[in-house]
Design a binder for this molecule. Structure first.
Ligand SMILES: Cc1cc2nc3c(=O)[nH]c(=O)nc-3n(C[C@H](O)[C@H](O)[C@H](O)COP(=O)(O)OP(=O)(O)OC[C@H]3O[C@@H](n4cnc5c(N)ncnc54)[C@H](O)[C@@H]3O)c2cc1C
Ligand code: SF4
Ligand code: SF4
Length: 456
């Protein structure tokens, strides 16, 4: 009997450090960690001690014998990861860390209070000589944990429990809400007032397909829809109509699956939508959603997932393809709400006279009363801070912001999270990202590159 990691895993690797026998992989220093759908426990090595379950911030780990029926497949999913893989039983010895103390104190500004900003604050506050001041443009903290993660995933949202500090750390931490950097306070002011400034302001701007009809009423970006159902102050009054039967979502990442599920199972005012078609340009072998998120959809009562078997030609493929085949073979229940996963259909035009009525694709016309563009997100520039206008990120090397013209690091300016890497990776990915940025900052501090006195 072993412990098993299940759907909620957000890859923060807190369990890796807790495990006494090193049987959770991939670890942050192993290849594949950055792109892993989740972490996995090796059932052959697990000694059933439960330390990982205690460390997990989102309650994703359970003893195999207490798995809920909808998590039964995770036993195999965990053990499958170890087929043909071997891991060294030895552990790397940790270098002894030099802490920042009151002798070499620093005050650091963090812009943005999402997971990236919070993991960064957490890393910094481990050093007794570091004070953190955080700036957040909204009136509440936690970024997309509050305003992106779906409301029917409270366990994932509970990750914020990690961002409550001890009273001693609380005294060294200040959060300024309703304070937009670039508007209420400038980059120059921050650079002037703090030993270091870290940009963690995310990338929640919606990308839209540039096709005719994209501007029609009820053709909206994923950010608008997600923000609307999560009561994000920027989007709570967005003009979104859920009358009519069908919605089409363009793009098939996890956010698309989230939105389809919420549309069909969550009480959304007087919504009459009963069918959602998720359309992707490429085939199922390139599907962007992860296996755990697809698996979760198949366990919702009254909801059918439909896949056309004709889309699943070719080799048996990986676990995701096998799951798609099982779905394709399942007979839909009459009268149930439906999510249709459509592949190999490139949208070319959104149709309608004023209001959306359909989507023309390379595979035919799809009826639609609502069209959501789920083709990615982009970051926004803050005046005075370097910005890569093609990748929509802050140019950086290991979190040190660089001058785009010279490629040289700017003194004492850093970045972390989606605005550093681009809009990919789950909540926990920002933890290792924060460790990298804080590592760069501390190395600069040791090299004397940060001013020692704070002018305030
Ligand atoms: C719809 C959606 C659903 C998701 N669901 C999950 C999930 O279920 N599980 C999971 O693990 N991951 C999920 N993710 C991914 C996860 O949310 C991201 O990895 C994470 O939020 C990125 O963190 P961040 O801190 O870089 O950005 P954000 O979370 O966006 O935080 C940035 C913060 O900066 C603030 N800000 C912006 N501009 C300024 C400014 N000028 N001045 C001051 N403050 C500013 C913003 O208001 C925000 O609070 C989801 C993402 C999306 C988009
Ligand atoms: S139960 Fe113990 S041994 Fe097993 S994975 Fe968790 S921490 Fe490691
Ligand atoms: S959320 Fe973190 S602690 Fe929990 S299983 Fe995933 S990596 Fe481990």
């Amino acid at each position: 009997m072993a412990y098993v990691i299940t759907q909620n895993c957000c890859n923060d690797a807190a369990c890796v450090a807790a495990c006494p026998v090193g049987c959770i992989h991939p670890t942050p220093d192993e290849p594949g960690f950055a792109t892993a759908e989740m972490l996995y426990i090796d059932p052959k090595t697990c000694i059933d001690c439960g330390a990982c379950a205690d460390a997990c911030p989102v309650d994703a780990i359970f003893p195999e014998k207490s798995l809920k029926p909808e998590h039964a497949a995770y036993t195999e999913l965990n053990s499958e990861y170890y087929a043909g893989r071997t891991f060294s039983p030895t552990f790397p010895t940790k270098a002894v860390e030099r802490l920042v103390t009151s002798d070499n104190a620093l005050t650091v500004a963090i812009v943005g209070s999402g997971p990236a900003g919070m993991y960064t604050a957490k890393e910094l506050l481990r050093h007794p000589g570091i004070r953190v001041e955080m700036f957040e443009r909204l009136n509440l903290p936690h970024g997309l944990i509050r305003y992106g993660v779906a409301p029917d995933h409270p366990a994932t949202k509970s990750v914020v429990r990690q961002f409550r500090w001890s009273p001693e750390k609380e005294r060294r931490f200040r959060l300024n809400v309703n304070t937009e950097v670039g508007k209420d306070v400038s980059h120059d002011e921050l650079v002037d007032r703090f030993n270091a400034v870290i940009y963690a302001h995310g990338a929640f701007g919606s990308r839209r397909l540039d096709i005719p009809g994209a501007e029609l009423e009820n053709s909206i970006g994923a950010g608008e829809f997600v923000g609307w159902y999560n009561d994000h102050p920027d989007y709570r009054a967005a003009p979104i109509s859920l009358s009519g039967k069908r919605a089409v979502i363009i793009g098939n990442g996890n956010v698309a699956l989230d939105m389809a599920r919420i549309l069909l199972t969550y009480p959304l005012g007087d919504s009459t939508i009963s069918e959602v078609e998720i359309v992707a340009r490429r085939g199922p072998e390139n599907a962007a959603f992860t296996t755990p998120e697809l698996l979760a959809l198949t366990h919702i009562p009254g909801l059918d997932v439909i896949v056309d078997p004709a889309d699943l030609t070719g080799s048996p493929g990986d676990r995701k393809m096998q799951l798609l085949r099982t779905i394709a073979e399942t007979v839909p229940t009459p009268g149930s709400r439906r999510i249709i996963l459509r592949f190999n259909a490139t949208p070319t035009e959104i149709l309608g006279g004023g209001h959306v009525e359909g989507v023309r694709t390379s595979a035919g016309i799809l009826d639609a009363n609502l069209v959501i563009h789920a083709v990615g997100f982009h970051g926004r520039a803050i005046p005075g801070v370097p910005f890569d206008n093609e990748r929509h990120v802050i140019p950086n090397i290991a979190g040190r912001v660089v001058d785009p013209l010279t490629g040289e690091p700017l003194p004492a300016v850093y970045t972390v999270g989606w605005i550093k890497r681009g809009p990919s990776g789950v909540i926990g990915t920002n933890r290792t990202c924060a460790q990298e940025t804080v590592g760069s900052l501390l190395a600069d501090q040791r090299a004397g590159a940060l001013a020692t006195l704070v002018r305030r």
